[in-house]
Design a protein around this ligand. Structure first.
Ligand SMILES: Nc1ncnc2c1ncn2[C@@H]1O[C@H](COP(=O)(O)OP(=O)(O)OP(=O)(O)O)[C@@H](O)[C@H]1O
Ligand SMILES: [Mg+2]
Length: 321
């Protein structure tokens, strides 16, 4: 158990009669990125606040950095850094002053504080803007400053609550790079996100939080295997061809307006050949054929009860046997 940076067993939290976390288990090995996914209100921020000692749990055996949260929250606090969902940056003072203030909070000497601040501002590409009020920073710059402030105390475990929400694609990729570099240095990252692509891109392991419980947990690959999101899509321009193809492929789902058919499929050559053979036998030709492999969006929708994924209970075998 000593190689776990974060371990939670039976974590519970209610607000009034609303149960937010209903027995959550988490295990995050040191030096890895763990991503907690979940829809709005799932309890991601609550989990982060509890694990970072800002809020007390109702129940659960919780250990962070090898310390028991209930026994030694002070030791936990000393080993972690937290970047909250809402910025801790003070807009009225400069980026540099924000860093100095954080260094003071960590009881660094004046000289040490200035050195660490300058180093981090440089590393996060904020040296140019260091003497400007933080209120003049762009969203991406504020987010980078937020994380730079989190790193002042050189924490071994970092909690990032939706670090890239609201960032443009370029800033998001910069943030991903920063997060990867942290882990290269051996830091453990606990990250919440709404973006499945982000979890897919960064996380060693992912947990999907829904209805107060972990609905699924694993690597991105493992999660994708749970959900039959893969399909072949055929598009037609001739309505008659569309109808004939629908008859030839009884397990397909049709979109009459788009003249498109969707057939559950694992995307293998054999499965594709079966579809094509059926079309050949019926004498129809599709104008467009695309293969879709399941992605984390499919997993997310399936596990969090979203309606965006059509029911795909028939596996390919039933379609084209
Ligand atoms: N201090 C509080 N008092 C009462 N209810 C709270 C409190 N904090 C959170 N909640 C409730 O707990 C639930 C989970 O909230 P939380 O902020 O943890 O969700 P989240 O997964 O972070 O959502 P989002 O994606 O919107 O950030 C919500 O229903 C919220 O209203
Ligand atoms: Mg939140």
């Amino acid at each position: 158990m000593t190689d776990l940076a974060i371990a939670a067993n039976g974590l519970r939290k209610s607000y009034g009669d609303k149960t937010v976390l209903d027995g959550v288990d988490l295990a995050v090995p040191e030096g890895t990125i763990f991503s907690l996914l979940g829809p709005n209100g799932a309890g991601k921020t609550t989990a982060v606040k509890i694990l970072s000692t800002l809020v007390t749990a109702d129940a659960g055996d919780l250990r962070v950095g090898g310390h028991d949260l209930a026994v030694d929250p002070q030791a936990v606090r000393a080993s972690i850094g937290v970047t909250g969902q809402f910025s801790a940056v003070d807009g009225l003072i400069t980026g540099e002053e924000n860093m100095w203030l954080t260094a003071d909070l960590h009881h660094l000497s004046r000289a040490e504080g200035r050195r660490v601040a300058a180093e981090l501002l440089e590393r996060f590409d904020l040296a140019q803007a260091a003497k400007k009020p933080a209120s003049t920073y762009s969203g991406g710059m504020k987010r980078r400053l937020d994380i730079a402030m989190t790193l002042v105390g050189a924490p071994r475990i970092i909690f990032l609550d939706e670090p890239t929400t609201g960032l443009d694609p370029r800033s998001r990729h910069t943030m991903w790079q920063i997060i990867r570099e942290l882990v290269t240095d051996g830091v453990t990252v606990f990250l919440t996100t709404q973006y499945l692509e982000e979890a897919d891109e960064l996380a060693d392991r992912i947990a999907v939080l829904n209805g107060g419980r972990i609905a699924a947990e694993g690597t991105a690959e493992e999660l994708k295997r749970i959900v039959p999101g893969g399909h072949v899509r055929l598009r037609f321009t001739d309505p008659a061809a569309y109808r004939d193809a629908a008859t030839a492929l009884p397990a397909s789902t049709g979109d009459d307006a788009a003249l498109a058919l969707q057939i559950p499929s694992d995307g293998s050559q054999r499965a594709l050949r079966t579809v094509l053979d059926r079309l050949d036998a019926a004498g129809v030709e599709a104008d467009e054929l695309t293969v879709h492999t399941p992605d984390l969006d499919d997993v997310f929708f399936a596990l969090t009860g979203g309606a965006a994924v059509p029911a795909q209970t028939d596996p390919l075998k039933e379609t084209v046997r």
